[in-house]
Design a protein around this ligand. Structure first.
Ligand code: BG6
Length: 484
């Protein structure tokens, strides 16, 4: 199965923070892969912008190294990298001063799409946005791309939104949550709204509860300063898990269009009840052999920041009243695994009697790795004798079902950058959505702080704190295992 590539018209992509980690690991390799795939056409420009004094040749070298290291080794024709590098330019620029802006203006071409990607700290968003405007760099097809963290709380998110709104309209602003760019996350919408099978059962009458797990094996790496001031709640729950919850819980939008989809997601966030303190578990990973514990890794011996959080949420609306959503995410867990389990209620009456056993139907949507869907169904245990029921998986791995396309899905950034260029905001967060997510998150964090709560230690490479199991067991439920 070969996916259809629709080339985009030549464009200018300006990356502020063009020598930084995100540019090297994600943005540059994503663009290169789109070039290899034939979607980015000759004549487009990638313009790296940063404070360092670099010749274009040295920047091209940095770009080439980033591609070699991070582009995932997709086979490209010989000479592709060399041709790609010809589109790469570099400008040394002072985001808070005047240096470099005229030179940047000279590189930008006519009326074609120009995207300014702010791969820098949020404290520079205002300076950059203002200087783009006063230097006359805005044309009719200008887009501003901003990365998370989009604020630290509701107040700072509002301030950022207000700063951007001084210079740009909402239709020009693309707030990235890279989870929305993942193939399988978009598949959530395809599965729900492209099939007649699930939607009639997709409510509290049939769904007992929903589990969303995003587990990572990695620790904090070189991001200690940022992470220790954020924690799992701000780093993952407020954005990535919140987005997954929205896509699972939202009403069908009338069309797959930016505001239709984002309106429905916003309604879900606004329908979330405040989370009860005893419905949240925070954890912090301990040392394991040569692997340092959280506090050593971030260099903060008394840190009370959580590297794990599990909680029970309620979406108070007609569809979901009475169906809890259990969400958990953490670092240094037993496996890298992101899965959504929709656990259906038991059949209302067993004609086979209690001794036959009873199993819930579960729809498991695996986001990564080994993307796919499994439906657990109940069948008869084979063999003569009495009627005993067992649970078997109807398992579909996308890699097997889709052939080569399923095995090497595009990285989230490939899709998101192309959507920016095409001007499609469906997979980007609107300002009000981000603010609503903070409005739900802030009281949770404020509660921890007011109560002086300290996260529970948990074993590195385990399943997280015991208390997370109790959170479920109190409700006579269990987490599904975290499997690679
Ligand atoms: C980022 C978080 O947004 O997402 C990281 O800041 C996290 O802490 C990462 O590791 C996870 O992304 P992925 O695509 O590897 O699941």
């Amino acid at each position: 199965m070969v996916s259809r590539i629709i080339p985009v018209d030549p464009f200018d992509l300006v990356v502020f923070g063009g020598t930084g980690d995100l540019a090297r690991r994600k943005i540059i390799p994503a663009l290169f892969r789109r070039y290899c795939a034939g979607q980015m056409r000759t004549g487009s420009h990638l313009i790296g912008v940063a404070r360092s004094a670099l010749e274009t040749a040295s920047y091209r070298q940095l770009v080439a190294e980033a591609i070699r290291e991070f582009s995932g080794g997709r086979a490209c024709e010989d000479g592709t990298l060399e041709r790609f590098l010809e589109f790469v330019e570099y400008i040394q620029l002072d985001a808070q001063g005047e240096q470099g802006w005229p030179a940047l203006g000279e590189l930008l071409q006519g009326d074609r799409t120009r995207a300014f990607y702010m791969s820098v700290g949020p404290s520079l968003f205002g300076d950059i946005a203002g200087r783009i405007r006063v230097n006359g760099l805005v044309n009719d097809a200008t887009r501003i791309v901003v990365e998370k963290p989009f604020g630290h709380d509701l107040e700072s998110a509002r301030a950022l939104n207000a700063t951007l709104a001084e210079h740009f309209g909402e239709a020009q602003i693309y707030r990235i949550d890279h989870y929305l760019g993942k193939e399988t996350v978009q598949n959530l919408m395809a599965v729900r709204f492209g099939n007649v099978l699930f939607e009639p059962l997709w409510n509290s009458q049939y769904v007992d509860h929903i589990q969303i797990t995003v587990a990572e094996t990695v620790g904090i790496g070189g991001r200690g300063a940022y992470y220790d001031s954020a924690g799992a709640m701000r780093d993952m729950m407020q954005n990535h898990l919140m987005q997954l919850l929205c896509l699972i819980a939202m009403e069908p939008p009338a069309r797959f269009e930016p505001d239709a989809v984002r309106d429905e997601k916003l309604k879900v966030i606004r329908a979330l009840d405040p989370v009860e303190p005893h419905h949240i578990v925070r954890g912090q990973f301990a040392a394991e052999g040569d692997t340092p514990g959280y506090r050593d890794e971030v260099g903060a011996p008394r840190s009370t920041t959580e590297s794990y959080v599990a909680l029970k949420a309620h979406v108070s609306n007609w569809r979901w009243s009475g169906t809890p959503f259990y969400l958990r995410t953490g670092k240094r867990l037993v496996a890298r695994s992101s899965v959504i389990n929709v656990v259906f209620k038991d059949a209302p009456h067993s004609i086979f009697g209690a001794e036959a056993g009873q199993h819930s139907n579960i729809l498991s949507i695996r986001l990564q790795p080994n993307e796919g869907i499994t439906m657990h169904v109940t069948i008869k245990e084979p063999g003569p004798g009495g009627m005993r029921l067992i649970d078997v998986p109807l398992d579909m791995s996308f890699a097997e079902a889709l052939g080569p396309d399923g095995q090497d899905p595009p990285d989230a950034y490939e899709r998101l950058i192309m959507d920016v260029i095409r001007g499609n905001q469906t997979l980007f967060m609107r300002g009000d959505e981000v603010e609503a997510a903070w409005a739900w998150t802030d009281p949770i964090i404020a509660g921890w702080q007011a109560r002086g709560e300290v996260p529970k230690p948990y074993d590195a490479f385990g399943k997280g704190p015991e208390d997370a199991d109790h959170l479920m067991r109190r409700d006579k439920r269990d987490w599904r295992g975290i499997k690679p």
